[in-house]
Design a protein around this ligand. Structure first.
Ligand code: NOJ
Ligand code: CA
Length: 579
């Protein structure tokens, strides 16, 4: 057969990327409101996270990203901050945060906090001052404009539906809000605003956090004169990449980030892969990572985010390859298949009925073997699915509620609205974490702030902890595999069959190692032939019992089967056999 021992695998042609702790890390994202409640008010809290440190440690993750924990009236569940230096009343007190940070640190887990610098709450003292008068010292912290011909100053629309401007009676001017009315946009062209945010960043970094996830980074610089968006434009594109954006990010890096051993990951709304390198190329000294939405928006109509469209596996795979090429060796990617803003990964990219368990494991395998830092969203390790919302009132999400109000005003079809939101709403990701099969899933002793997913009796952490074949057990194995094989961090990535309609097969090479990942995205058995010259060797991870004997180049993959192999090193033609 001419198979060489694995240690003889030689495949590095490119220089290895620079080492960094955050490249080697697995990030776990917690939505604190839905993680664990300890005082019976139905809302998750910091002491709840503290009570689950054993669970977090058992996952093997290195970093916890906490969605915003700051004082907030919660119009958008913490993405509307009224005090950047204090903890949200519902979540606890600063002492609880300090204890949580220390508890995590003792287990080797760093904390990423969620910085929301593009907008504050309208209840933030800056805005309260700002709206008083046209002359006050805080007026220029936000975007105020007089009416244009008796209407909004431009045609911008909020990403949560409706106009992006609100008329304020105090001064007869409009203020800008790219999100909800209660989230006025901060004016980053004002150096005082930038300094305020840098101070906030330092305040928390000085406490010892590991870094920041930064909300809607591409919107920080607005185009001068706030010109209209072209008709039908993608709003994210229209607001992203203003002319001073990279100056501001370099300033932020110089003033804050470079002074700490901190990581910064930006939410890359409105970016294409061509825009990516400008944010993360190491030489530019801006951010360390950004995450994009190219694969997370594939199933939506570009003109209407609540309307689904079909997409193919080759389209999905192409996104990973395109971003991998774009970021190359100088930048670094982030790998995610969902977060608190999207429905559950298994309901979108897997099969949430017959093959839920298999496909949840397959998607976890993808997350943990793709090139880039993996971000795992809470509950995805259990294979949580989308929920069922029986009426519009059962939704909490402000974007669902504003879209509904708009729909009602236009006299639209409410039943159709409900049907669409049952596929697309952000609340699918926000249902409380199912700890066990009791009435409130062990999440709370009170009434949960958002309806539990009715399937929590079947899908919950306790049941999976006791089951070596559970998605949770597979997730932990995949995390361990990533730890054992540095090639999964620093190795190159190559899609071996970009056009295959059902199988995602890729290699990871480098670090003296070469692995093959094969993922069957179909609910039927699929045969897959490896490209010429490649053959499988040892099976390192799978989500089914090991396959029976089969040729090392021709695989028969069961529905949603995922396998990770060490690649055999075949002798190049003409080479002499080694002993
Ligand atoms: C992105 C956040 O992830 C989302 O939850 C929030 O609604 C918007 N930014 C506005 O802050
Ligand atoms: Ca609580």
């Amino acid at each position: 057969m001419g198979l060489l021992p694995p240690q003889a695998v030689a495949s590095e042609s490119k220089p290895a990327p620079r080492r960094a702790w955050w490249k080697e890390a697995v990030v776990y994202q917690v939505y604190p409101r839905s993680f664990k409640d300890t005082n019976g008010d139905g809302i998750g809290d910091l002491r709840g996270i503290l009570s689950k440190l054993d669970y977090l440690e058992s996952l093997g993750v290195d970093v916890l990203w906490l969605c915003p924990i700051f004082k907030s009236p919660n119009a958008d569940n913490g993405y509307d901050i009224s005090d950047y230096r204090d903890v949200m009343t519902e979540f606890g007190r600063m002492e609880d945060f300090d204890e949580l940070l220390a508890g995590l640190e003792a287990r080797g887990i760093r904390v990423l906090l969620d910085l929301v610098p593009n907008h504050s709450s309208d209840e933030h003292p800056w805005f309260v001052e700002s709206r008083q008068s046209k002359q006050g010292p805080y007026r220029d912290y936000y975007f105020w404009r007089p009416p244009r011909e008796g209407r909004e100053p431009n045609n911008w629309r909020s990403l949560f539906a409706g106009p992006a401007w609100e008329l304020d009676p105090a001064t007869g001017e409009y203020y800008l809000h790219l999100f909800a009315k209660k989230q006025p946009d901060l004016n980053w062209d004002n150096p005082r605003v930038r300094r305020e945010i840098y101070d906030v960043m330092r305040f928390w970094l000085d406490k010892g956090i590991g870094g920041w996830r930064i909300d809607v980074v591409p919107f920080l610089s607005k185009r001068p004169g706030l010109p209209d968006c072209p008709p039908g434009a993608d709003l994210g594109r229209c607001y992203a990449n203003g002319p001073r954006l990279h100056d501001y990010l370099q300033e932020m890096n110089r003033e804050v980030l470079s002074r700490y051993d901190a990581v910064a990951v930006g939410e890359g709304i409105g970016l294409t892969s061509e825009d990516g390198p400008a944010f993360v190329d190491e030489g530019r000294r801006e951010l360390d990572m950004i995450y994009h939405f190219d694969h997370l928006t594939l199933d939506r109509e570009p003109s209407d985010f609540s309307t689904m469209r079909p997409f193919s596996l080759p389209e999905f795979k192409a996104v990973f390859s395109r971003w991998d090429r774009a970021l190359g060796e100088a930048g670094w990617g982030s790998v995610l298949l969902g977060n608190h803003d999207f429905p559950r990964m298994v309901s979108r990219f897997g099969n949430d009925s017959r093959f839920r368990v298999e496909s949840a494991k397959l998607l976890a395998t993808l997350l943990l073997t793709m090139r880039g830092t993996p971000y795992v969203y809470q509950g995805d390790e259990l294979g949580m699915t989308n929920s069922v919302f029986e009426s519009v009132e059962e939704f909490d999400d402000i974007s669902t509620r504003t879209a509904y109000a708009e729909r009602l005003a236009r006299g639209g079809d409410v039943a159709e609205f409900l049907r669409k939101q049952n596929r697309t709403s952000r609340d699918h990701a926000r249902t409380p974490f199912p700890w066990d099969d009791s009435e409130n899933a062990g999440f709370t002793t009170g009434r949960p702030w958002l309806k539990l997913n009715p399937n929590h009796r079947e899908i919950n952490a306790r049941a999976q902890q006791a089951d070596p074949d559970s998605p949770l057990a597979h997730f932990r194995r995949a995390v361990r595999l990533r730890r054992q094989h540095r090639v999964l961090v620093y190795g190159s990535y190559e899609d071996l069959a970009p056009q295959h309609p059902a199988v995602f097969a890729y290699s990871r090479r480098g670090e003296g190692d070469a692995l093959l990942v094969t993922l069957n995205f179909a609910s039927v058995v699929t045969r897959f032939e490896l490209p010429a010259g490649l053959a499988t060797a040892e099976l390192l991870l799978g989500n089914y019992p090991p396959p029976g004997p089969e040729p090392p180049e021709r695989l028969r993959l069961r529905p949603y089967e995922a396998r990770v192999y060490r690649l055999a090193n075949r002798r190049p033609p003409g080479a002499r056999p080694t002993r």
